[in-house]
Design a protein around this ligand. Structure first.
Ligand code: PMT
Length: 402
């Protein structure tokens, strides 16, 4: 699958003759599975029509801060656009726009989006050869690179002026290939495999009741998403959860009980590079679930419970196993219990979260973790969104395994 597939790309088009090539660039991106939104400077519209680009991108093309055609005068929110994108491409990028990008001039929507964007920005300069060689242009290339932007160098050849030399915008195929190569370099985990358990398990008491817990699967899904965004093929074994999966690199296997989770883990554990156990698995289950709904005939009811298999420990005991990350959810003597679990279950890393910490644990969108390694080192993190907690955990895995 193409590394660009599923990405959200803002294509910024400025006013140069090479703007005509962006129709083909848009097509290439869409064909690669990219969602494209186009933002044009007013002068770009002299070179290529918004209608062509909106037809190809299947999205409205924006060029002004407000929608002139819209009766409600809707504001085109440059901040939202900047946050929406996984990456921004400015092609062609004229000398004029480059100079404004360097100096923070914001006199059109494209520049407002550029200055708001949090994603990587690629720019493909296009201009006549003498403009390209001008010291101010060279300086602007360097300044834009120093701001963290990626320059896609112009090529040599015939220019619109009739002269020949450097300044032709890179061809659409070259732009796509440049970005693909850059993304591949940034994904040391690409092509690796990770198994994740997530969510609660439900242990049947009778056909209508179960023993369960408050896990929602949010922590596990955040891990699965972070890994998939880095190109990892994820097998997500999920207990009953309403959290949705929409990443093509995540294969989800839904299970209900701890026994089902155990079987799904062992059917899929071979050939995994990493395994992360974030599920809150019920330690016990009713010894004999009733076949019919239990009637409330007596004042008390005693259930006999038997132990469920410890899934993480069973993988830790395998002769050869993937890099193993466990979780520990504690309510008291957190460090002591977590160190004991790490040892007993043979984890490479153990993620401790405590119900005593505000912003940590079940259901909520944040967590507070301590990462414990198999040498007994502990690293504490502040409260963060589960998305950022997942990133910290995956960064630690990358550090330890590459
Ligand atoms: O799903 P959320 O609402 O986002 O909440 C996230 C979470 C709080 C559930 C998560 O961050 C977390 O702490 N998961 C582990 C919860 C837990 O059951 O911890 P534990 O200390 O009981 O278990 C220790 C480890 O052994 C865990 O990795 C667990 O998945 C694993 N285990 C436990 C029992 C069992 N029978 N089999 C297991 O594999």
């Amino acid at each position: 699958m193409n590394i660009l597939s599923g990405k959200k790309v803002l294509l910024g088009i400025t006013g140069g003759i090479a703007a005509y090539k962006t129709t083909y660039l848009t097509r290439l991106l869409v064909k690669a599975g990219v969602s494209v939104k186009v933002v044009m400077t007013p002068s770009a519209k002299d070179f290529v029509t918004p209608l062509t680009l909106s037809t190809l991108s299947k999205n409205p093309v924006l060029s002004t801060f407000t929608n002139e055609d819209d009766d409600n005068d809707m504001w085109n929110n440059h901040v939202d656009l900047g946050l929406w994108a996984d990456l921004m491409i400015i092609a062609p990028c004229t000398a004029n726009t480059m100079s404004k990008m360097v100096n923070g001039t914001v006199d059109n929507l494209l520049l407002a989006v550029y200055t708001s964007a949090k994603c990587p920005v690629y720019f493909a300069p296009a201009m006549d050869l003498d403009m390209y060689k001008h010291p101010s242009t060279t300086q602007n290339f360097e300044k834009l690179a120093s701001y963290g932007n990626f320059m896609i160098p112009a090529g040599d050849g015939e220019l619109a002026s009739g002269l020949s030399g450097k300044g032709r915008m890179a061809e659409p195929e070259e732009i796509v290939s440049f970005i693909e190569q850059q993304l591949l370099k940034e994904q040391p985990l690409r092509g690796k495999k990770c198994l994740i358990t997530a969510g609660p398990t439900h242990e049947s008491i009778d056909p209508v009741r179960f023993i369960g817990n408050h896990s929602t699967g949010k922590m596990g899904m955040a891990l699965a998403t972070d890994l998939a965004n880095r190109g990892v093929l994820v097998t997500l074994i999920m207990g009953p959860s309403s959290v949705k999966t929409d990443n093509v690199l995540i294969e989800r296997i839904n299970v209900i009980s701890a026994q089902e989770m155990y079987e799904a883990v062992h059917a899929n554990i071979n050939n995994q590079d990493y395994a992360i156990f974030s599920a809150a698995v019920a330690d016990y289950k009713p010894a004999i679930p009733a076949h019919q709904k239990i009637k409330k005939s007596s004042e008390t009811l005693t259930l006999e419970l038997v132990k469920n298999p410890d899934i993480l420990a069973s993988v830790g005991a395998m002769e050869s196993h993937p890099f193993l990350v466990g979780f520990a959810l504690e309510t008291e003597n957190e460090m002591e219990h977590a160190f004991a679990k790490a040892k007993k279950k043979n984890t490479d890393l153990l993620i401790l979260n405590s119900m005593n910490d505000n912003g940590a644990g079940f259901g909520i969108d944040t967590n507070k973790i301590t990462i414990i390694d198999n040498q007994g080192n502990a690293q504490e993190f502040p409260v963060k969104s589960k998305t950022l907690v997942a990133k910290d955990i995956v960064d630690e895995i990358v550090k330890r395994t590459s």
